[in-house]
Design a protein around this ligand. Structure first.
Ligand code: ATP
Length: 656
């Protein structure tokens, strides 16, 4: 097909000449969108004879920065581009992704056509704004904020006349333009349906954003016809856990009859005839049913309510709707930062400092340590301090679930993937952790076959659920933990060496509790966490002494459990004494301990005279005199409780 046949104008070159000569053209001769763009090109003095070498390009060095800024767009777009290319391969075409400034980030196409496209800088680094390349589908779609096709001589610059291009903008859930998806072909191989394919693909990328970026929110997928739910045509509206409007796709705004500005002032109940409490009830039933919802204008739609992976009521308790009388469960405890874990033990402090140095870098962290030594707590704090802090933290203990179930837990499964599979399928931990951190505890217990699959996920950054054929992009940071030396497992052939090196960027060892010097500080800190708001509760000096001397085979987990039980057994008394400690602990504590004995003598006996040492000694003395009661010791020293906590870090209490 010639350029003339693929163009909407009978003779575009002649039309352009008349246009450039300032002639008033008869209505209908020039498509409006092309006319507007040509006028902009004239206004910006774009030369129709501009050559490729005159078009600016982004240098290979700078391109990395552009790609990094659009990392999430590329992540969600790449698989869709591959699928789109599969459908058009062999038609002398190239699929192109640009950012919102018209810079080509990625392209995939037929090799012979890619060569031709490169000659006009239609390749990574090329700039396809109207200013740079004249009227073209990408640049014009950026200006019009709508899908645009530009055929052959409708391109303003002569050198682009061999192209026929269809482009659609891609918006994020909040309506911000992220970039443009485009298919450019040789104008001789013009296909009518290309524009429809590009629009659908752009919609798929936008829907990926909803699925992956709205992980801690409520998603309502709806349509006038139930069979359209789950398709590209569905409307998606997103609400925060307290019911406020957050985002919507274009289809949702059209069906709701709202513009984005008005929608932002609305809540679930003011858009749908549905209370938040009712919504949580519905979301509990699995598989989630298609329900009818009434819109404010009286129209009825069909809907499926989904909770983002982090907002799932199965994982977190529901959050109260404003003014709702529903009972609310206690919130999840806040994740501590790494600084809060630094209670003065030198080995823990060193681990925290090393981990701090790799925050924000693409370096996988592996944590070694005995069971209960705080590896998961450390991983959570590492996540909380990092740039993914707002993303999910998902933990999987490979030793705690049967070998046969690890695969489905990790990778998820599609409907009917195996006998006993839930009808609705299941989202695996890898996908749940998208945008956040996946913590794989006891990684040494991962079966060899799954090690290979995990390696593939890390290399390809995609995951394919069991029984599924399509891979989904994932963006996860992995932190692993192990309570045995993984290198020995590698040597014994039980752990893949390639996976070991992939996971082990920085190896940190957390010491067992018995060798930590901050055992008392830790006990006091655990007590404060377990009895929030009640500063009167303290540990008696005998208890602190016992805690200091004990070998703690169960590490911090055991100490936490002992203090939790003692709190329950203390009969309302403010001081936890030895008789409140659980029997089995006392039995164990009666045995000879391996822990180093506390320093002997008075606080002041063995200090160098440095100011910090004098201060530390004063704190120890005050704590000892107040039987470990931090509030009382703080009052005695005339400092605030938090100051005392900060200064008391790592101050082992010598209790003689
Ligand atoms: N620094 C800390 N302060 C207070 N509590 C802690 C601290 N570290 C760990 N804990 C508590 O100790 C218990 C065990 O911690 P965690 O699960 O992190 O250990 P782990 O090494 O991952 O254990 P495992 O190897 O058995 O999975 C948890 O209840 C946790 O809340």
């Amino acid at each position: 097909m010639s350029w003339a046949a693929s163009s909407r104008m009978a003779n575009p070159i002649e039309t352009r000449s008349r246009f450039l000569a300032g002639e008033t053209l008869p209505d209908g001769l020039l498509p409006d969108v092309i006319g507007r763009s040509w006028q902009r090109c004239v206004d910006r003095r774009v030369n129709v004879g501009r050559q490729a070498r005159e078009i600016p390009v982004v240098s290979p060095g700078a391109l990395g920065g552009f790609r990094e800024r659009s990392r999430r767009l590329i992540l969600h777009a790449e698989p869709v581009m591959e699928q789109l290319y599969e459908q058009i391969s062999g038609t002398s075409s190239v699929v192109v992704l640009t950012d919102a400034t018209g810079v080509v980030l990625h392209s995939v196409g037929d090799p012979d056509f890619v060569d031709k496209a490169q000659r006009v800088t239609l390749q990574a680094g090329g700039i396809w704004t109207e200013e740079a390349s004249g009227t073209n589908a990408i640049g014009t779609a950026l200006v019009e904020q709508a899908p645009v096709s530009v055929h052959s001589a409708e391109h303003f610059i002569d050198i682009n006349h061999f192209l026929t291009c269809s482009a659609a903008p891609i918006f994020d859930p909040q309506g911000k333009m992220l970039g443009v998806l485009d298919v450019s072909s040789d104008s001789a191989s013009y296909q009518l349906h290309t524009m429809a394919l590009v629009r659908m693909s752009a919609q798929m990328i936008e829907n990926q954003f909803f699925a992956h970026e709205c992980t801690d929110q409520i998603l309502i997928h709806f349509h006038l016809r139930p069979e359209f739910i789950g398709t590209l045509y569905e409307a998606i509206a997103v609400f925060s856990l307290d019911g406020r409007f957050v985002a919507a796709n274009r289809s949702a705004l059209v069906q709701l009859g709202l513009n984005r500005y008005d929608a932002e002032k609305r809540t679930i109940s003011s858009i749908f005839d549905l209370s938040l409490a009712g919504l949580f009830e519905q979301a509990r039933s699995l598989p989630q049913p298609v329900i009818r919802l009434r819109l404010q204008n009286g129209m009825e739609v069909f809907a499926r309510v989904k909770f983002g992976t982090r907002a799932s009521p199965v994982i977190h308790p529901p959050i109260r709707e404003p003014n709702a009388a529903a009972r609310v469960s206690a919130p999840e405890p806040a994740i501590a930062s790494m600084a809060a874990l630094d209670l003065g033990d030198p080995a823990v402090g060193a681990a925290i400092r090393k981990a701090g140095k790799i925050i924000g870098h693409d370096i996988p962290l592996m944590i070694e340590g005995e069971s209960g030594s705080g590896k998961e707590m450390f991983a959570r704090a590492f996540h909380a301090d990092g740039p993914r802090e707002k993303g999910p933290f998902v933990a999987l203990n490979c030793a705690a679930i049967p070998e046969g179930l690890i695969e489905s837990e990790l990778f998820g499964y599609r409907e009917g993937a195996f006998t006993g599979a839930r009808r609705s399928g299941s989202v695996g931990k890898i996908q749940q952790a998208d945008g956040g951190t996946l913590f794989l505890d006891e990684i040494g217990d991962m079966p060899l076959t799954l090690q290979a699959r995990l390696l593939r996920v890390l290399q390809d950054r995609t995951v394919t659920p069991l029984g599924g054929t399509k891979s989904q992009p994932v963006d996860i940071k992995i932190v692993c933990a192990t309570n045995r030396r993984l290198r020995d497992e590698v040597a014994a052939g039980r752990f893949r060496e390639d996976l070991y090196y992939r996971l082990n960027g920085l190896l940190l060892s957390l010491p067992p509790l018995r060798s930590r010097t901050d055992r008392i500080g830790l006990a006091v800190s655990i007590l404060a966490t377990l009895s929030p708001g009640d500063e009167r509760i303290s540990l008696s000096s005998e208890v602190l002494d016992l805690f200091y001397r004990h070998a703690w085979p169960g590490n911090i987990r055991q100490m936490t459990n002992v203090i939790r039980t003692a709190l329950a057994l203390r009969d309302g008394e403010n001081e936890i004494r030895v008789e409140h400690l659980p029997e089995d602990f006392l039995e164990q504590a009666g045995e000879r301990t391996e822990a180093s004995p506390p320093p002997a003598g008075r606080e002041w006996d063995d200090i160098s005279g440095r100011l910090e040492d004098v201060e530390a000694a004063a704190i120890r003395e005050a704590l000892r005199e107040c039987n470990g009661n931090v509030s009382a010791a703080a009052r005695k020293l005339g400092v605030s409780r938090s100051t005392l906590y900060r200064k008391a870090k790592g101050t082992p209490l010598p209790l003689t």
